[in-house]
Structure formats: C-alpha cells, structure tokens
Design a protein around this ligand. Sequence first.
Ligand code: AMP
Ligand code: MG
Length: 422
Amino acid sequence: MDRPVPPDCTPESLGFEAALAQVLRTVRPLPGAETLALTDALGRVLAAPLIATMDLQPWPNSAMDGYAFAFADLDTALGAGLELVGTALAGHPFTGRLGRGQCVRILTGAVLPDGADTVAMQEDVTRADGRVRLQRALPVGANVRAPGEDVRAGQTVLPAGSRLGPAQIALAAALGQGTVAVHRRPRVALFTSGDELTPLGRPLGPGAIYDSNRYLLRAMLQELGAEVVDLGIVADDPAAVRGAFAAARAQADVVISSGGVSVGDADYVRDVFAEFGDIHFWRIAMKPGRPLAFGRLGESWFFGLPGNPLSTAVTFHEFVRPALRLLEGETPAPPLRLQLPLLGPLHKVPGRLDFQRGIVGPGPDGRLGVRSAGPQGSHVMSSLAAANCLIVLPAASGDLPAGATVTVELLPWPGTPPRDMP
Ligand code: AMP
Ligand code: MG
C-alpha cells in the first residue's frame, strides 16, 4: 500500500542535496584573470598558485632579545662567561665574526652573526665586567629562527583557487610578492519582482513594503567580491519581466531574481524565464525556500530565488554562494558543519529539511551550544539579523528538547542579537 505523502513533501519536490549537487556539477569557473596589486586583492581568488621565490625566514635571526653565541662555548658561557664584542639590531647586522668565547648583544629579528648558532634570552644571563654569564643550560639553536623554517623557496604556499583573506595577503607580502594573478570578478545582474515593492527613500503606499531583498542580495554579492549590476524593481507584469531578463542577459555572468517564482497568479518570473533559457524549476523539500529556479540564460547562469526574505537569504547562502565561489575559480569546500548541544528547545514540523536561524555561543556552564535566534517565519527579518548560524534539522526531525545535539552551519556575516535576549 502506498504511504500517504506528507503535505510538505509533494512528489515534484527535489531533495536539497540532489539540487545542490546539480548546481555544482553544472557551474564552471569563468574564464579570465587579471594581475592585481596585493593591496587591491582582498577577497579575490588566485588564478595561479603562489610559489615562494625565497625562503621565509630569509636569514637566521633571533626570536628574542638576548645574546648570540656558539653552542660549542656553552661551558664557558655557564662558567667564566662570554666576552661581549658587539651588537646586532633588526636591520643592522653585526658585521664581524664571532671568535671562541665571544658573544653579541642581539635583539629580536636581528640576523644571527657568523659563528653564532644559539641565543640566550636576556632574562637568563647576568652581565658584569664586559662578560655575559649564562644562568642555565639551553639546547643548541635555542631562540633562533632558521632560514626556510616557515616556507622554503620553490614551495607552493597557496594553491590556485585560494581566496585571499588578510592572512594570505600577509603571507604573499612576507614572500615579497607585490602582485598576484586573480580570477576576474563575476558580473551579477540582479532584480526583485513584485508590485508591492518600494525603493528606499519613498513613502510606503497602501499595502506596500520596502524592497529589502535587493539590499540583502547586493550585500551578500558584495561580500563575495562580485560586481553588481542592479536592475531595480520589476513589476508583476510579463512584459516588464521580459525586459529585465533581456537587459540582464546582455551584461552579466550571473542573473539573480527574487520573487515571482511561486505558482501564484502574479508569479511571472518562472514562465517568462522559460521563454529565454533552459530552466530547472525545483520545489525543493527545504524550509525556508521551497521554490527555486536555476538555469542557463545564453552564456549566463540564472538563479530565480523565492521572494520571502528568509527564503532568499537561505537559498542564496546554500545554492548561490557555493556556485559563485566555483564561478570565481575558488575550490570551495563543503560548509563547515558543527555538532552542538541545544541550549533551549526548538520547534520543528516533520517533513522538510529545515534551516533555522540560530545563535552559537556559550551556555550557562560556559560550554559552546546553540539556541534559536527567535521566530522562524520566512518573513521574520529580526531573527535573521540576530543569527550567526543556521541550525540544519533533517526532514524527519520533529520538536527537539534542550540538550539534543544538532548540526550547525556558521553564517559568514555577523549576528547581532538584541541585548535583552537571554
Ligand atoms: P513572492 O515570492 O513574489 O510570492 O513573494 C513572497 C513574499 O515575499 C511576499 O510576502 C512578498 O511581499 C515578499 N517579498 C517579495 N519580494 C520581496 C523583496 N524584494 N523584499 C522584501 N519582501 C519581498
Ligand atoms: Mg511576488
């Protein structure tokens, strides 16, 4: 006997994983690279591996303020003491060579003098009569940073496909690389659709709302380094939607729309898109975000996101973000998911994979856990702003008690929980 289909899992629904796999299988990195000054490269993706052309550290140097000497003189250093013959400062090496029984005052980052192989910390010596006496034994090479200890010349320090954050930029700079070859930024055209949508700066008419999704999408795209072509608000009218697709197709690598992909009377985006391109339309068994269109529009890729703000945010995060990272030439890893205990109960209706907005933070005992960021309706903007993670609950899951272990995916933007939150 056939089992009844749960109301939220209609037969045309596609599994989340299957839909994501299809997107990631289809999308290819965009051609084209450019060479940028390192100072302009934050957030960009390397088009070629970064290969070290020098050792890091380039010279043996001191990790401490202290005294450089030859380890062969350890007994003298511990006994009669070493003769102090000069000073080595960062950028001002000691030019002579150490003889037997000699040492040099050395400061952090200064090159180790010829003949020295070990540094005694200044806290471990006493100085009297021009002699430096070591108070305790230390191993050979102590407090010395060896050349190539960090990176060796010829080593690939960042593979092609790496995204450049502050740490990667610092690494390139330490290796003397003033420019980097990066993939070009994708141009993403974007429009929102709906007769109720009002641009900022105008008073709201009856039944109208402000068009928050365009700002949400712009911000998420900017954060990914995309160049945004904002086509504004498009009316619920097939001719207007047709015009938007024609304009978008002419100037973008990716086209993103929000709204109008449901099956309501005023939802034209899906049908009009079908006139232009190759469409996959999915009713994905996920919450929020069920309707999602994906397809090819000439040479561009198209994502038709649902209009509910939370659905827009979650489908962008789960589908568009990894796809854009691929287009940008990045080698994206699957999102880092953590298993954390719930700090309070969660409500969940069985039937669909649920991405609830959550806040990761310490619980009453100081250990890390996760709690709900507030009401979970797909129109609730305040819980999205409060959240720093998505709590990913499997389709079959129902309500969950405090203490249950859940899967959490950190969001790449800040969560700003209200101060009066428990
Ligand atoms: P739709 O997907 O067009 O059926 O819209 C679903 C819901 O999301 C409706 O309540 C819309 O008013 C709302 N919505 C659609 N587009 C936007 C937008 N750009 N900004 C804020 N809310 C929107
Ligand atoms: Mg609409």
